[in-house]
Design a protein around this ligand. Structure first.
Ligand SMILES: [Zn+2]
Length: 335
């Protein structure tokens, strides 16, 4: 079987020195543009020798801190400030980003569920395939910055995963800690299949992800965490000089699927504890009120663990199957 060449092309040279701003170009023929292309902006910065860091924001199109920090970085960083190479894609799922949605409106593609992608698939699958076969292999370190999007609000954390290769895991954890978000999370994924995270980790890369807020917007203090986190990571990797921004980080762990509190009802959500609060196992964390009737009691949701309320449903109404909350264990009090 011959492996097909990707129809994605870059308008920049990955091997050139200096700063290049260009695009990842994917032909996309549609009603409004017969010979059109999806032009995803990217910047490549290289100076001398050193590691390659592949940085992405807006993997989900309604998550903004990473997009802002990386878009700024393309404008502000000088090649002489770094040793090595940065490949910066601020708006990973560009069509989703432009629409302000989690997934791409042109093919419903969720970039973080389609890896390793498909060379002859949908536009989102083709871009994932290009990252899988062309960009990830170039990288030593991969930073993919998420937030909660329109439906979730999450305490700001950098995250690593439990990996079979403990040496690789230790490097990921060290990189996560260097980011110095207010929380550092050993993150359990609900379903690791198709994740960009999994693709990068299976290739042996040092991989760091984040969740930095949510609600389909960004805030000055969470943007600052993204900005300083990128700066700190580059210093940690010996790619940039300077002092890291020090910040206390509370170490959290998601040991198993008990962490996820899923709604089994539909209605009006009444959060009972604030995001980031300490909770004890059995504490009431939310009520859901039936809106089809009056005169009935709410469905109550209780914390499955003693820990921190790390994530919550953002909107005022909730449906069956929505994530109400994530409760994570506290590992230590930071250092
Ligand atoms: Zn996301």
């Amino acid at each position: 079987m011959t492996i097909k060449k990707s129809s994605v092309s870059l308008t920049v040279d990955l091997d050139a020195q200096g700063v290049q701003h260009g695009h990842l170009s994917l032909p996309y023929s549609h009603d409004d543009s017969a010979w059109g292309s999806i032009m995803t902006p990217l910047t490549v910065i290289q100076n001398g020798s050193g590691p390659t860091v592949l940085m992405t924001g807006a993997n989900h199109g309604d998550e903004y801190e990473g997009a802002i920090a990386l878009r700024r970085l393309t404008q502000t960083i000088k090649s002489e400030e770094i040793s090595g190479r940065l490949i910066i894609v601020p708006f990973f799922n560009y069509e989703a980003f432009k629409a302000g949605k989690r997934t791409s409106p042109i093919d419903k593609g969720n970039m973080n569920r389609v890896f390793p992608g498909k060379v002859d698939g949908t536009p989102t699958e083709k871009i994932a395939d290009y990252f899988q076969r062309y960009l990830l292999p170039e990288a030593d370190v991969v930073l993919d910055m998420h937030s909660g999007g329109r439906t979730l609000e999450i305490v700001p954390f950098a995250a690593a995963h439990v990996l079979p290769d403990k040496e690789q895991q230790a490097k990921c954890v060290a990189a996560m800690k260097s980011f110095a978000a207010p929380y550092s999370m050993m993150q359990l994924e609900m379903d690791p299949a198709g994740l960009y995270d999994t693709a990068a980790e299976e290739m042996g890369k040092i991989f760091v992800t984040t969740e930095l807020g949510g609600g389909g917007t960004s805030r000055p203090w969470t943007i600052e965490i993204a900005d300083s986190g990128v700066h700190n990571l580059l210093i940690h990797l010996n790619m940039k000089e300077g002092q890291p921004v020090a910040r206390q980080s509370l170490m959290l762990d998601m040991p198993d699927h008990r962490c996820f509190v899923t709604s089994t009802s539909e209605g009006l959500l009444e959060p009972v504890v604030e995001l980031g609060s300490r909770v004890r196992e059995g504490d009431l964390i939310a009520r859901v009120w039936d809106t089809n009737h009056t005169g009935t009691g709410p469905v109550e949701y209780r914390s499955p663990l003693t820990g921190v309320l790390a994530s919550r449903h953002y909107a005022g109404l909730i449906r069956m199957g929505d994530s109400i909350a994530v409760v994570a264990l506290v590992v230590d009090e930071g250092d």
